[in-house]
Ligand binder design. Structure first.
Ligand code: FCB
Length: 477
């Protein structure tokens, strides 16, 4: 499925629309009333998609059930001191068993698209070779429930849970990984391609490469082979795109990249150079070769030892859309002690922050959308945007997460400004549907529109879920 070429024009949108605090039109009888929230989403565009995103390791649980193999995250979490409170994804949100309830919740909120990832070791426990039918059947059930609820499934092939069996063979540092990923992609395409048309290859490759292999501060957790990993993941992306396109009729494929302005911690030439370098690694080391067929000049020479003839053509395959994840700007400082020449810096102390400590700057989303549109010339979906807040159940059993509503409101308006200025944005996905396992922060950070009471696994939609529901209702076609 090729995206229609049209760039949105203001004329395609209809006029002013207020989303009020009343729950009357949402369609969930048990919704509590929201207090006084007024949201203005001034225009709407035909076909715009409102969705939510999750990922396999962060929500599924059932880590040792039905023949699932181990992932690098299972192994990493077991190492003492790696994850806050010693948390693991063993149970997570128990979505593996409660997916039906979660789909019903999305349906009731009016969510139009659901982006999830397949756990590679659930369907191929050793990464390649023997197939796990029980694991495949789980995603059949999930996809069928989504379709029955009129929610479009968006399937991401890789959201960081590499089979440990492949890590034992060198993981992404092994050039064979491109072939492993193509084999896995073919399995997924053959099984689900009759029902799923939206596929993404990798979620935020620059993040798992930098933190997993560059800094070694998340799975698999040993600093090694960072540049090699970048190149092999890019090769795997290209191999998967060709595989998916050959197997799925009318497919629509994108890659998902985090885009964050990289700013100097101090206004010095050294920190400015560090910020530029971080930008090349963080924002460009994957999308540039995948969409433009070249590495950023600052990386090009360093990447040469890993390249074979024709690699950049293997990586740069035609794509249908650009998935853009945005949370906050990121700061850099010069660090001659690090092998990269930069370290992550601190944001100015006076900026408003999320519960992660991430600075809140909605206008940077507008800028990143415009930059990505200009640089890669593809329709864009905001595939993740959201905020961790200190959510608590109140005495009435509700969660009043006003800070999340404010964040989402400001960011959807910033997105709209970018669209008005010419960025071809076709959809927006909140991270995340549910509170979930937030990697090295474990369960201590809550990003969900829906509160998860982990001891009981009860789902409680937060005020922001109702806010989002109303936004969708007011702006859908
Ligand atoms: C993104 C990840 C996602 C989640 C959010 C908060 O970088 O893609 O899994 O952790 O951050």
């Amino acid at each position: 499925m090729t995206e229609a070429p049209a760039v949105p024009r203001p004329a395609q949108w209809c006029s002013s629309m207020a989303v009020t605090s009343s729950n009357s039109a949402v369609g969930i009888s048990s919704l509590p009333e929201q207090q006084g929230q007024q949201v203005v989403f001034r225009h709407r565009r035909h076909g715009f998609i409102w969705g939510v995103s999750t990922s396999s390791y962060q929500i599924e649980g059932a880590a040792h059930e039905d023949g699932r193999g181990e992932s690098v995250w299972d192994v990493y979490c077991r190492q003492p001191g790696t994850v806050a409170n010693g948390d693991t994804g063993d149970v997570a949100c128990d979505h593996y068993h409660r997916y039906g309830q979660d789909v019903a919740l999305m349906r009731d909120l009016g969510i139009q698209a659901y982006r999830f990832s397949v756990a590679w070791p659930r369907v191929l426990p050793q990464g390649v070779g023997a197939i796990n039918e029980a694991g495949l059947a789980f995603y059949d059930r999930l996809i069928d429930s989504l379709l029955a609820a009129n929610i479009e499934p968006w399937l991401c092939l890789f959201h960081w849970d590499l089979p440990q069996a492949l890590e034992n063979r060198g993981g992404w540092a092994n050039r064979d990984s491109a072939g492993w990923f193509a084999e896995y992609s073919a399995l997924v395409a053959r099984r689900y391609g009759d029902r799923v048309k939206r596929f993404a290859t990798f979620n935020e490759p620059s993040i798992f490469a930098l933190f997993g292999y560059g800094f070694g501060s998340s799975a698999p957790g040993v600093p090694r082979d960072y540049l090699k990993v970048i190149h092999h993941v890019n090769l795997a992306h290209g191999a998967a795109v060709d595989t998916l396109r050959a197997l799925v009729p009318a497919i629509s494929i994108g890659g998902i990249h985090n885009r964050q302005p990289c700013l100097p911690e101090h206004d010095t030439p050294e920190d400015q150079a560090a910020a530029q370098l971080l930008d090349d690694y963080w924002n460009r080391s994957f999308p540039d070769p995948q969409h433009l067929g070249s590495y950023p000049p600052s990386l090009a020479q360093a990447m040469e030892p890993f390249q074979q003839n024709g690699d950049l053509a293997r990586i740069c395959r035609p794509m249908d859309w650009f998935g853009l994840n945005y949370y906050s700007p990121v700061y850099a400082r010069a660090d001659t002690g690090s092998s990269f020449g930069f370290a992550l810096g601190d944001a100015p102390a006076d900026l408003p922050r999320t519960a992660m400590g991430w600075p809140i700057q909605p206008q940077a989303l507008r800028d990143e959308l415009l930059k990505a549109r200009q640089r890669y010339r593809l329709p864009i979906y905001v595939t993740e945007n959201g905020i961790a807040t200190d959510d608590k159940l109140n005495a009435a059993g509700r969660v009043q997460d006003q800070q999340r509503i404010d964040y989402l409101q400001a960011h959807t308006l910033a997105m709209h400004e970018a669209m008005t200025a010419g960025a071809d944005v076709r959809g927006y996905f909140v991270w995340s549907l549910l509170d979930n396992f937030e990697w090295t922060w474990g369960y201590s950070k809550r990003f969900g529109l829906v509160y998860v009471d982990y001891p009981t696994q009860r789902r409680i939609p937060k005020a922001s879920a109702y806010w989002y529901s109303k936004l969708i209702l007011a702006t859908r076609n």
